[in-house]
Design a protein around this ligand. Structure first.
Ligand code: IFM
Length: 804
C-alpha cells in the first residue's frame, strides 16, 4: 500500500493519503531553533535544546498531538476544518489533501468546501523562529467569509519533563498577555525585574511569542482550556466552533497562543497571512512581525532561499542509474537524511525527546562520513571538534557535552565526568572511527595540510591531526585484552554487548587493523619510516592473533568475554552468527579472499531476509551470557536479532569491495525506504528516511521499522552506496572508480564535484559485469587501470569507464 510518491524534480515527498500508518516527519531549522513536524502538523519546537528549550508541547506516545494547527471556519455555514487533515479530520471523501515534505520546509495543501488552502511551515535560513504561512483561495463561485485560527500550544516550562509531569510547579510560573498582533507567554514572568544575566535559582523570565502578520487579529486566546473547552478536543475546539476565541488570557493555567483573523474572499481570490512563533522578547517579536506585513513576498523569498541552499548542497553528487529508488535515495533523501543526522545528531525526533546533553563520540564521527562527498567544508569543522574531544591518552570522550571546552574537560578517569554524563568508562571503538572519517575527508578534499593542523586534546595538551591518530593507536595498544586484541572496555559499537573490560571484540580488532592500514598512508606521506615499521609489525601481530583465534570454519566469531568464553561460535545455540564481524573482516582488508567469500555467503544464507540482514541469529533468549544485554529486548528487535539498518550499510560496502554488485545492490534495496514505498502498511516508517532498525524474522511484525531519521544508518548506507556500489574511492592523490553494480545495469552516469572540478562520469557495461574496469578514459585520454590522478582533472572533466 502506498500513501504518496517521490517528486524527484522538486526533491519532495508528496503524501496523498494523510492517514499514514505513523506520523511521517520532517525537520525544519536546526538545533539552534528546531522544529519537527509531521504530515498532520503534529510536532514540537525548541530553542537550543529539545529538552530544556521546549516551546511547543508534544505528548509522546499520544497519536501525534498537539501540533501547529490552523483551523479554517466558514462563517456562514459554521462548518470548520483544518489546513492539515488532522486535528479536525474531515471525511476523506470530501476533504482532499497533500503534504509536501521538502528540504527544510513542509507544505500542506487542502481542498474542502471550495476553499483551497496551502499552509507552508519553515524556519527561515539562519533565523531562530518559525513561520506558518497560509494561503487561502476561494475556488467557488460565491463570496466567502472565513475565520482562520492559528493554534500553538506552549509548554508551561522550557524543560519538557517539568512541563509534562511536574505540574505543581510548572502551572504556576506561566502567564500570557496580548498585544496588537501577538500573544506573549512568559515563563517565570515574576522575575521580570531582574537585570539581564541575573537569575533566581538558575531561572529567569523567558518570553515566547505567537504572532499574526498580513491580517488583523479578530479574537485571541492565551488559555488552552478556554480555547479547547471542557470535553472538547483539538478536533472541535470551542473557540473555533464559536468563531470567536473570547479574548481570554492565562495566569496559572495551561498557556497557549490562539489567534483568529477574519478573511473575506471573492470567487477566485487568494489571501495570505503568516503566523510567527519563537522564543523572543516582545520588542524583537514586534520587529519580526513587521517584516511579514506582506507575507506573499517575504515568505516566497525565504522559501526560495531554503530551496537554493539545500539543493545546492545536494547537487555535489548526483547519480542517474537504472534504479529510481537508488537515484531518489542517493540524490535527495539519503543525502538529506545524512545532513539531518550530521546537524541534529540525536537531538530531537518523535522518539528522541531531546534529553541527550551532548554528542555520542562514535555516532558523531560516523555521521560525518555521510556528508563528506557533499560538503567537505562542513565535515572538517566537525572533525576538528571531534578531535578536540579526544583525550590525550588517545581515547574518545564517550559523550561530548554541548558545552565542550577543549583542553579543559574532565575524562572518564574523573568521577566528575562519570557523574555528569552517566558514562562510566571509555569505549573500545570510539576513537577508532576517526581513521576512516579523517581519511575520507582528506581524500575527498585533497586538503593534505590538515594532517599537520594542530588541534587541542579534550583535557590538556595539543597535537597535529597525525599525532591525534597516533594516540588513538596508542590507546588501543595500551588497552589490550586477554589475547592481545583491543580490550572490550565498556562497549564496542554494539551497546548491548558487554564483553568485560579485558574481553575482546573482533569488530574492534578489525577496526584497529583498518586504522593501522590508514595510518600507514599518513606515515608514508610524512616519510615517518620508524613509525611505518612499528605499524607493520603491530599489524602483522594483530593479524596473526585474529587469524589464529577468531576464524571459525566459515565465519568470524564476535569476540571473547574476559573470562575467555567465545561469543558467536557456529555451534552456539543462540547468536552463533553475527553480521558485523563478517562485513568488517572484508572492510578492514584482513579476511583472505576465501574467508571473505565464505563469510559473506554465510551472511547471505543465515542472516539475510527480504528486509535486510539481521544483526545476529538466533536471537538471545535462554542462552545469553552475562554481558549479552540484548536479551532484554524482544526477539527480532534492535540488537537482539533485529535488522539493525546501520549494519546494512557495512554489508553493502563489504559486498561491493569484493566486486559482488548483485548482492551489494540487493542489500541496498531490501532496506531502502524508497524501495518500500508500496509497503507502507508493513514498514510503517516514512518511505523517505532511514530508521534505526527493522523488526527481524523472529518478530510477529517482521518488516516494521523504527526510530526514524536520526540514525547512523543514514551515513553507513550512503558510504556503502557511494564508495561501494558507485565505487567512488578517492585517496590522497586522486580518485579510483570501482563500481559494483547489478549485472543488468547497462550504463549509468554520475555528476560529482571533486576538489573544485566537476566530473561527468559515464559508466558503460555492455558485457553485463558486476564489477571491473576494461578501460577508463579521462577527457578522451586512456588512463592506467581505474585510477584518475587529481592533476589530470579539469574544471569540466569527462570520464568514461567501460566495465566490460
Ligand atoms: O552503536 C550504537 C549507537 O552508538 C547508539 N545506538 C545503537 C548502536 C548499536 O548498539
Amino acid at each position: 500500500m502506498n500513501y504518496g510518491y517521490f517528486d524527484d524534480k522538486q526533491r519532495e515527498y508528496v503524501i496523498t493519503r494523510p492517514d499514514t500508518p505513523a506520523p511521517w516527519a520532517n525537520y525544519l531549522g536546526s538545533p539552534e531553533y528546531g522544529a519537527v513536524i509531521s504530515n498532520n502538523a503534529g510536532g514540537y519546537s525548541f530553542a537550543k535544546s529539545g529538552a530544556n528549550g521546549r516551546i511547543l508541547r508534544y505528548v509522546f506516545n499520544n497519536f501525534d498531538q498537539p501540533g501547529r494547527y490552523i483551523y479554517i471556519r466558514d462563517n456562514e455555514s459554521k462548518d470548520y476544518w483544518s489546513a492539515s487533515w488532522q486535528p479536525v479530520g474531515k471525511d476523506l471523501e470530501t476533504y482532499k489533501s497533500e503534504c509536501h515534505h521538502g528540504t527544510a520546509y513542509t507544505k500542506m495543501l487542502a481542498d474542502y468546501s471550495e476553499i483551497h488552502s496551502e499552509a507552508l511551515y519553515y524556519v527561515p535560513l539562519n533565523k531562530s523562529y518559525e513561520v506558518w504561512n497560509l494561503k487561502v483561495t476561494n475556488t467557488g463561485k460565491k463570496a466567502r467569509s472565513l475565520t482562520v485560527t492559528g493554534y500553538a500550544e506552549f509548554t508551561n516550562n522550557s524543560n519538557y519533563n517539568e512541563d509534562l509531569v511536574n505540574l505543581q510547579y510548572s502551572l504556576f510560573i506561566t502567564r500570557t498577555a496580548f498585544e496588537e498582533n501577538r500573544i506573549r507567554q512568559t515563563v517565570h514572568g515574576n522575575l521580570d525585574t531582574l537585570k539581564k544575566g541575573e537569575m533566581v535559582d538558575n531561572k529567569t523570565a523567558t518570553d515566547r511569542v505567537f504572532g499574526l502578520a498580513g491580517a488583523k487579529v479578530s479574537s485571541f486566546c492565551g488559555d488552552k482550556e478556554k480555547f479547547i473547552g471542557r470535553y472538547h478536543s483539538y478536533a472541535d475546539p470551542a473557540g473555533v466552533e464559536a468563531g470567536n476565541l473570547g479574548d481570554a488570557l492565562s495566569y496559572n493555567e495551561n498557556a497557549c497562543g490562539a489567534l483568529a483573523a477574519e478573511i473575506a474572499l471573492e470567487p477566485g481570490e487568494t489571501k495570505e497571512i503568516a503566523f510567527i512563533l519563537g522564543m523572543k522578547e516582545n520588542e524583537e517579536a514586534a520587529a519580526i512581525l513587521k517584516e511579514y506585513e506582506h507575507p506573499e513576498a517575504a515568505c516566497a523569498k525565504e522559501l526560495e532561499e531554503l530551496i537554493t541552499y539545500w539543493h545546492e548542497k545536494l547537487s555535489h553528487f548526483q547519480v542517474n542509474t537504472p534504479s529510481p529508488e537508488f537515484n531518489t535515495m542517493i540524490n535527495t533523501w539519503n543525502a538529506y537524511n545524512c545532513f539531518m543526522t550530521f546537524i541534529w545528531s540525536r537531538a530531537a525526533s518523535f522518539i528522541y525527546c531531546g534529553l541527550r546533553n551532548g554528542y555520542g563520540y562514535r555516532d558523531t564521527v560516523q555521521d560525518i562520513q555521510g556528508v563528506i562527498h557533499l560538503a567537505p567544508e562542513m565535515a572538517v569543522d566537525k572533525i576538528r571538534f571531534m578531535l578536540s574531544a579526544q583525550v590525550d591518552n588517545g581515547g574518545g570522550l564517550p559523550l561530548v557535552k554541548f558545552t565542550h571546552n577543549a583542553g579543559h574537560e574532565d575524562t572518564p578517569d574523573d568521577a566528575s565526568y562519570v557523574k555528569e554524563t552517566g558514562h562510566p568508562a571509555y569505549r573500545a571503538d570510539d576513537a577508532l572511527w576517526l581513521f576512516p572519517t579523517v581519511y575520507k575527508y582528506i581524500s575527498e578534499s585533497g586538503n593534505l595540510d590538515f594532517i599537520d593542523e594542530v588541534i587541542p586534546f579534550a583535557n590538556k595538551d595539543e597535537g597535529t591531526v597525525y599525532e591525534h591518530l597516533k594516540r588513538a593507536i596508542d590507546f588501543s595498544m595500551n588497552h589490550l585484552g586477554i589475547h592481545g586484541m583491543p580490550a572490550g572496555l565498556y562497549a564496542d559499537w554494539n551497546d548491548c554487548l558487554r564483553l568485560g573490560k579485558k574481553g575482546e571484540s573482533t569488530f574492534v580488532a578489525f577496526q584497529f587493523y583498518l586504522g593501522m592500514t590508514i595510518l600507514k598512508k599518513f606515515a608514508q606521506y610524512k616519510q615517518d619510516g620508524k613509525y611505518i615499521k612499528y605499524l607493520e609489525e603491530s599489524q602483522k601481530k594483530l593479524e596473526n592473533i585474529i587469524q589464529d583465534l577468531c576464524w571459525n570454519e566459515d565465519r568470524f566469531i564476535r569476540g571473547f568475554t574476559e573470562k575467555g568464553e567465545v561469543i558467536g561460535k557456529r555451534t552456539d545455540p543462540e547468536a552463533n552468527m553475527w553480521l558485523n564481524p563478517q562485513s568488517w573482516s572484508v572492510i578492514s582488508g584482513l579476511a583472505t579472499d576465501e574467508q571473505a567469500d565464505l563469510a559473506l555467503d554465510m551472511v547471505n544464507q543465515q542472516l539475510n531476509t527480504e528486509f535486510g540482514a539481521v544483526l545476529m541469529d538466533p536471537p538471545y533468549h535462554a542462552h545469553a551470557f552475562d554481558g549479552a544485554l540484548a536479551v532484554i529486548y524482544n526477539q527480532g528487535v534492535k540488537e537482539n536479532g533485529g535488522i539493525f539498518s546501520q549494519s546494512q550499510g557495512w554489508i553493502i560496502l563489504a559486498e561491493a569491495l569484493r566486486g559482488h554488485g548483485e548482492r551489494a545492490f540487493m542489500y541496498f534495496k531490501e532496506n531502502a525506504p524508497a524501495a518500500q514505498n508500496d509497503k507502507a502498511q508493513i514498514r510503517k516508517l516514512e518511505p523517505y528516511c532511514y530508521g534505526q532498525f527493522t523488526e527481524g524474522k523472529t518478530s510477529p511484525h517482521f518488516g516494521r521499522s523504527h526510530v526514524h531519521w536520526l540514525t547512523g544508518t543514514a551515513s553507513t548506507i550512503m558510504v556503502g552506496c557511494v564508495e561501494g556500489i558507485m565505487g567512488m574511492r578517492p585517496d590522497f592523490y586522486g580518485l579510483k572508480i570501482s563500481p559494483s553494480v547489478p549485472k543488468d545495469w547497462e550504463s549509468f552516469e554520475i555528476e560529482k564535484d571533486f576538489r573544485g572540478n566537476h566530473l561527468h562520469i559515464v559508466v558503460k557495461n555492455p558485457g553485463h559485469a558486476e564489477s571491473g574496469c576494461k578501460k577508463l578514459l579521462v577527457n578522451g585520454k586512456e588512463m592506467e587501470g581505474n585510477y584518475i590522478p587529481a592533476e589530470v582533472m579539469t574544471k569540466q572533466t569527462e570520464v568514461e569507464l567501460i566495465m566490460s
